[in-house]
Write a protein that binds this ligand. Structure first.
Ligand code: FES
Length: 126
């Protein structure tokens, strides 16, 4: 779990109860590791065999998680955060690029209808 600082930490007790291990990072080091949560992820991926990574958060973090899980050949699912309008696949506000077997090699998917969770190797982040 990565946060800006200790004041932004939420549900710590609940996450601890539900996790074998619980790691936390903050940008300023006021709680847990000082630095990016993806630093902690890379350390885990280097040291252990991880079955799968589930990630949600801002796009730059998702991009790094995708890069790391690709580098360490680890399966990964990401929950895409997109602005939504209709929520039923009609307005296209939530479109994101995904790989496709067509001439262009990609298409737009609807986060609301096709996701919000995608395999990381399906997503194209420009
Ligand atoms: S929110 Fe309208 S298409 Fe997804």
């Amino acid at each position: 779990m990565g946060y800006r600082n200790k004041d932004h930490v939420v549900l710590e007790d609940e996450y601890k109860k539900l996790s074998d291990k619980y790691f936390i990072s903050t940008d300023d080091g006021s709680a847990g590791y000082k630095g990016l949560v993806t630093d902690l992820l890379e350390k885990e991926l280097q040291e252990k065999s991880i079955d799968i990574v589930y990630a949600c958060g801002p796009t730059p973090m998702i991009r790094k998680v995708m890069e790391l899980t690709n580098k360490y050949d680890t399966k990964c699912q990401v929950s895409m955060e997109q602005r939504m309008g209709c929520g039923i696949g009609a307005c296209l506000v939530c479109a994101c690029k995904t790989k496709a077997e067509n001439e262009d090699g990609w298409e737009y998917s609807h986060v609301c209808k096709d996701g919000p969770v995608f395999w990381s190797n399906e997503i194209i982040l420009d």
